[in-house]
Write a protein that binds this ligand. Structure first.
Ligand SMILES: Cc1cc2nc3c(=O)[nH]c(=O)nc-3n(C[C@H](O)[C@H](O)[C@H](O)COP(=O)(O)O)c2cc1C
Length: 213
């Protein structure tokens, strides 16, 4: 049996933490090993958008999310903002893939500049230099020329840029459906199996009726 994929998941302070939380739930359900990071601004967004207090201490955060999503022992590890001893801080021990979801324009700018000033930025920097999958889910609107140039720079460096832009062709009925659309596409990029909604050409989307002559 193939060993479970190890995925680094980071939340930053852009709107749309719901996408990131759904990803965390799906990754754990899919038996991936998850290495979780989040910024102080993500904690502010969590309180503001979801009335959710994200623990500040890594061990408390691991216990909180493990209970919330039923993680198996050792399946979820949470690292602090400046835990430079974390495996993902080095190219000698990167995860199989990483996503930053949601990804703020501040973090996009820091990544584009190669700052690596905290563990989220460093882990992403490592993914780029090691040519591993890095999926960014940047959220802002409208996008300035600075944002666009930074995103282009990151795409050219190998990152997958996936704005949270749910399609309407699946006829979403709830916010949950729209969140799942985005989470599904990110999981596809990370190479993690899921069953979040039908794929194009599969069930639920009725084929066009063909008129008889
Ligand atoms: C409720 C809330 C929503 C925000 N939404 C966005 C957003 O959608 N995109 C963005 O780039 N910044 C957004 N911000 C601002 C970022 O949180 C801020 O720039 C922060 O410095 C980002 O830091 P980080 O990248 O370390 O998380 C938001 C802030 C708050 C409090």
């Amino acid at each position: 049996m193939a060993s479970p994929r190890t995925i680094t998941l980071a939340f930053t302070g852009a709107s749309g933490l719901q996408y990131g939380l759904r990803l965390l739930e799906c990754l754990l359900t899919a038996d991936a090993r998850v290495l979780l990071l989040y910024s102080p601004a993500a904690q502010v967004v969590a309180r503001h958008e979801l009335d959710l207090t994200l623990p500040t201490q890594p061990h408390a955060a691991a216990a909180f999310f493990s209970e919330r999503y039923g993680a198996k022992p050792g399946q979820l590890t949470v690292f602090g903002r400046e835990d430079w001893l974390a495996p993902i801080a080095s190219g000698s021990n990167p995860a199989d893939a990483m996503t930053i979801c949601p990804c703020s324009m501040g973090t996009v700018g820091a990544l584009a500049a190669g700052l690596a000033d905290n563990l989220i930025e460093r882990a992403a920097d490592v993914m780029l230099k090691e040519r591993r999958t890095l999926v960014l889910v940047p959220r802002e609107t409208p996008l300035s020329a600075i944002h666009l140039e930074n995103l282009l720079k990151l795409a050219r460096a190998g990152a997958v840029i996936m704005p949270p832009a749910p399609g309407f062709y699946g006829h979403p009925a709830t916010i949950g459906d729209m969140v799942d659309f985005v989470a599904a596409r990110v999981l596809d990029q990370l190479g993690v199996a899921h069953s979040l909604g039908p794929r194009w050409g599969e069930a639920r989307i009725a084929p066009p009726t063909i008129e008889r002559a």
